[in-house]
Design a protein around this ligand. Structure first.
Ligand code: NCD
Length: 325
């Protein structure tokens, strides 16, 4: 099988064409600058209702082994808005030849013969990397197990840049399931690209940040454990929360226990520990981690800019990877 010869360690400087997108560690500052520049260009064209049929003639495979609303829809809709087409498998273990125990290698041969790009979500760490190694077309991760969710972090960073105006010298509080949240892992790796960032983390017992991730980034980012809500610094730029990743738990009892000590974003907490320039992000879905009364607060961006940017950043990314912009 022809391999593109790039993996999670393969850096992207400014040339996205043909690259797999598997981890935030592949990204450089120029790559992020380019992606965000193209995203802004696309947003302008979309708002002016200008022709953006740049993916005309391309077909992408969407292969989602785990449930998804936003990631699946934004890729699917974004590609179509750009004039591209998709072949979509939700639950491929039942609907594709994976159900007949076809090997990953053989299946990838089919996807990359029939389409120009493969977008995959899978519960097992390493699966998407293996797909990429066997694919002659680029593979984009749509989230993998408790590992990474690179495209999520890319639009989270875009939202931070858009609202705060910089990606360095930030104080970012991540709260919730810091252990299993792939979104938080990718976000921290993204923040590690820029100088002077501090990541505070607050998690229920048993769902702490892994030592391994802390080791990986600690030269670039200061990591600070926050023991309880009273210790949250009141000058944070970002609060980033994610629900407890129930599907990663072996027992329901443990899940319920963790849920009891989940830090919840409430108007009261915001009043006590927030500030007027703060922004609140959540990749969604939210499950008990944000009180609905917070939604009307203008600092709450999860159902506004963040959600919307998911569409735009993914559109730009697909167009770059396919070499169309
Ligand atoms: C996230 C995921 O799948 O990791 N969802 C998403 O893509 N927006 C977050 C989650 O499921 O909690």
């Amino acid at each position: 099988m022809v391999s593109l010869g790039n993996d999670a360690n393969h850096k992207i400087t400014t040339d996205f064409k043909g690259k797999h997108i598997l981890s935030l560690t592949q990204f450089t500052k120029p790559a992020i600058r380019k992606l965000f520049g193209k995203t802004r260009w696309l947003i302008k064209r979309l708002k002016k209702k200008k022709d953006i049929d740049i993916l005309n003639g391309s077909v992408s495979t969407l292969l989602f082994f785990e449930p998804s609303t936003r990631t699946f829809m934004s890729f699917s809709s974004g590609i179509k808005k750009l004039g591209g087409q998709t072949v979509e498998f939700t639950n491929p273990n039942e609907t594709s030849s994976f159900a007949k125990k076809e090997s990953l290698e053989d299946s990838v041969r089919v996807f990359s013969t029939y389409t120009d790009l493969i977008i995959v979500r899978h519960p097992e760490n390493g699966f998407i990397q293996k797909m990429a190694e066997n694919s002659s077309v680029p593979v984009i991760s749509g989230g993998e197990g408790n590992g990474e969710h690179p495209t999520q972090a890319l639009y989270d960073l875009f939202t931070v840049q858009q609202k705060i105006g910089r990606l360095s010298k930030l104080k970012v509080l991540v709260l919730g399931d810091v252990k299993f949240s792939r979104c938080i892992h990718s976000l921290i790796k993204g923040l590690a690209l820029y100088p002077g960032n501090i990541v505070y983390w607050l998690a229920p017992k048993g769902l702490e940040l892994s030592r391994e991730l802390e080791q990986d980034v600690k030269k670039q980012v200061r990591i600070v454990k926050v023991r309880n809500v009273n210790e949250i610094p009141s000058d944070c730029n970002v609060w980033y929360t994610n629900r407890i990743q129930r599907e990663r738990f072996k027992s329901n009892t443990l899940y319920k226990k963790a849920l009891r000590s989940l830090p919840v974003i409430t108007p009261e907490l915001l009043k006590k520990k927030g500030n007027k320039n703060l922004i609140i992000l959540d990749p969604l879905p939210r499950v008990n981690n944000i009180d609905e009364r917070v939604d009307d607060d203008s600092r709450a961006l999860y159902l506004r800019n963040q959600l919307e940017n998911g569409l735009y950043v993914r559109m730009a990314l697909v167009a770059l990877v396919l070499g169309k912009i």
